[in-house]
Structures are given as C-alpha cells and as structure tokens.
Design a protein around this ligand. Structure first.
Ligand SMILES: *Cc1c(COP(=O)(O)O)cnc(C)c1O
Length: 376
C-alpha cells in the first residue's frame, strides 16, 4: 500500500487539529493547576495519529506521554519527541536495553524485574526511571495492593533505578456507580500511606483516567492520564461534561456510484435486503476492511445533510445506502460516516451501538488504509 496514492482515495479520516488544540485548552482550564497531565497516545492516539496528538499535548502543557508498546515509543522518539514517555504494561527482558537507552519510563512491579532493569542500567551506566503499578482490583498489570509496599520499598532501594511514580488503574470510573472505584481508591491510599510510614516519596502518584479525572477529583493526586477526553469523546453517557469539548475525528468518503433498484432486486452479499418498490441506492467505497462495522440493514451515513440508511450487508471495500428520499445526490458527493454534516451528526457512541461495542473500539478500528487528513 502506498500512502501517497491512497491519499487520493475518495475515503479518508479527518483530524481537526484546531479542535484538538481547543480541547487541550479547555481541559487545562478545567484541571487544577497542581495536577500534571499525562497524554495517553497508545494505538496511534486511538487512531488519530500519535505524533500529532503528542505534539499538541506537549504544546498545551502536558508533561508526560504514554504508549502501550516499545514500537509506539520509538515512533515518538524518532519524530523528535523528547518528553518523558511511560510504556504501559510489562516489558519482556529483550526490550529492557532499548527502553533504558531511549530513556523510556517502564513499570517494575516485582523484585525480579527490578533486578533485570538494574543490571541493564549498570551495563549502560545510566539510571532507569521506573514506576510501580499497584493492582487495586482490575486484575491486569501490577503488584497486588497488599504486597505493594514491600515491592515499592525494594524498587526504591535498588541502585540504578529511580522510582519516580506509583500508580493504579480503575476498572470502572465513568459509570454512575462509583462504589468499586472508591474501594480501589481506598486500597491505593493504603499503599500510599504505608509508603509515607516507610519514608518513601515519589514525584508522581497517579490513578485517574478520563473517567476518574471527570468524576473523582479525590483521585487526581499528582497527575491524570487522559486518552479519550482530549479527542473530544466522553467515555460514557453519564460522566461529567465540560462545555466546548468536541470530537476531533470525522470519517468521510464520496459516493462512487448510484443505482436504481427495481422491485425484487436484492442488495449485497447474503441478499439481506430486497427492494419492494423502486429505490435509489448509493455505493460508498468503504467497507469493513476500512474499519466500518460489518453491519447489515443497520446504521446510516450522512449525505446532503440527511441520513441515508445502510441497506444489505457491508462488504470489505464497499457499502450501499438508500438515498431514495434525498433529492439531488450525485456521484462523488461527500458522505459523512462519522461526524457532522448540515445539522445532523453520527457520533462514535451511535456507531458503537450498531456494532455492540464501545466508543474506544470504534475510534481505534479505522484502518490505516484510510489516509489521515489533518485540517487546521
Ligand atoms: C488507556 C489508559 C488510560 C487512558 O484512559 P482514557 O479512558 O482513554 O482516558 C489511562 N491509564 C491506563 C493505564 C490506560 O491503559
């Protein structure tokens, strides 16, 4: 695939840089001044482009970035990003030398990992900056809260390591029921107070993702880790709203072909739609291979500011929509698959419902076959 040529495709993902900037400004105005911002740009900043989002985050005042893989961190370093980068998850041994030499911040959640990192730090005559993740109930990464103080103390005392942070992660922070989040917070606090008793201090204690940032100010500590919010998308229907935030991503395409169906004609693989009367359909050159959900007779796109419902089952590279009730549609008219047109909007939550998933997956799912077009 050659991106120079794919750039001419009549289908693309639009990234509104001006709105991204505005979102960061709004978040900074909302955030207490003593709370630092870590911008989570894993998985290409949820499909928006990691380097773009990272650079805007840093310009706006973020002090930290986070990614999920070594390759993602290397892409940022190669783009000239010198800010601290936290790499989520556990590092296999063969990644430790690169992590240390690139000055990446990694998690060390056991005495064994501390020994491995310290050995590499000694070999490179460098200090390895590390954070400890405390598992307070997500049961994913990190050391269980009851065992955390001993591990934290061992890491703090390991020569060659600089223990800069201690963190935890919520299992559910954006729904109405905050009871488990509050239990996790209490477990994290018990670890922090035990650290206090042992005289261990770190620069960054952090726990809040977007849900925690919006709804649990008591969980802000020294830094918040925001992924979805700067992209202008809320993690749930019930969390706090900040006026002015708006989505950064739209997905657009152009009508490739119009066809007139006669009664009895079927549409698409599997023949899931049959016209009862004359209908006019538009073929859109986007399919599930581009990350559009593989829906059938479900969902819609916007053409001339109106909703055109999907008919039949979507293919890998194409989908069909009914434009019978939209006058004047012509080949190569602009189509909005995600975003606004006229007064209408299709947002990620709506697409997520068609697909039975969450907004996060809808955003990360758009294929890189769709060129990213940045508009400012
Ligand atoms: C992805 C992630 C975040 C960001 O979550 P949002 O809900 O997108 O703000 C924060 N912390 C960790 C550990 C993550 O994996």
């Amino acid at each position: 695939m050659n991106h120079n040529f794919e750039g001419k495709r009549p289908a693309w993902v639009e990234i509104d840089i001006r709105q991204l900037r505005r979102n960061f400004e709004i978040i900074f105005a909302d955030k207490p001044g003593n709370v630092a911002l870590l911008s989570v740009v894993k998985d290409q900043a949820y499909g928006h482009g990691a380097v773009t989002v990272a650079k805007e985050a840093l310009k706006a005042g973020a002090v930290y970035l986070a990614v999920a893989t070594l390759g993602e961190a290397v892409e940022l370093r190669e783009a000239g990003v010198r800010a601290p980068i936290l790499v989520f998850g556990e590092r296999p041994r063969n990644q430790i030398p690169d992590c240390v030499s690139l000055g990446l911040t990694c998690f060390v959640n056991s005495v064994a990992a501390a020994t491995d990192f310290a050995r590499v730090a000694r070999q490179q005559e460098r200090e390895a900056v590390v954070h400890v993740e405390v598992d307070t109930g997500l049961s994913r990464y990190g050391v269980r809260w009851e065992e955390a103080p001993d591990v934290i103390e061992a890491v703090a005392q390991t020569p060659g390591l600089r223990l800069e942070g201690v963190m935890s992660h919520f299992a559910m922070s954006d729904e109405e029921d905050k009871s488990f989040a509050l239990l996790q917070l209490q477990r994290f606090r018990s670890v922090l107070s035990e650290m206090e008793n042992r005289g261990i201090h770190v620069r960054y204690r952090h726990m809040a993702n977007t849900g925690g940032f919006l709804d649990l100010p008591q969980a802000h500590f020294d830094m918040v880790r925001l992924g979805i919010l700067p992209l202008g998308v809320y993690p749930s229907q019930v969390c706090r709203r900040i006026p002015g935030l708006a989505p950064v991503m739209s997905v657009k395409a152009r009508v490739a072909v119009l066809r007139d169906l006669r009664p009895g004609d079927v549409v698409g693989y599997g023949m899931h739609y049959q016209a009862k009367e004359p209908r006019r359909i538009a073929v859109i050159p986007v399919g599930y291979g581009d990350g559009y959900p593989r829906v059938r007779n479900r969902g819609a796109v916007l053409i001339r500011g109106q909703r055109a419902p999907v008919v039949g089952g979507n293919a890998m590279d194409a989908m069909m929509v009914d434009v019978t009730n939209i006058p004047g549609v012509r080949p190569w008219d602009e189509v909005v698959l995600l975003g606004c047109q006229g007064g209408e909007e299709i947002d990620v939550h709506e697409i997520a419902r068609w697909k039975g998933t969450v907004s996060y997956e809808v955003m990360t799912n758009w294929s890189w076959r769709l060129p990213r077009v940045e508009v400012a």
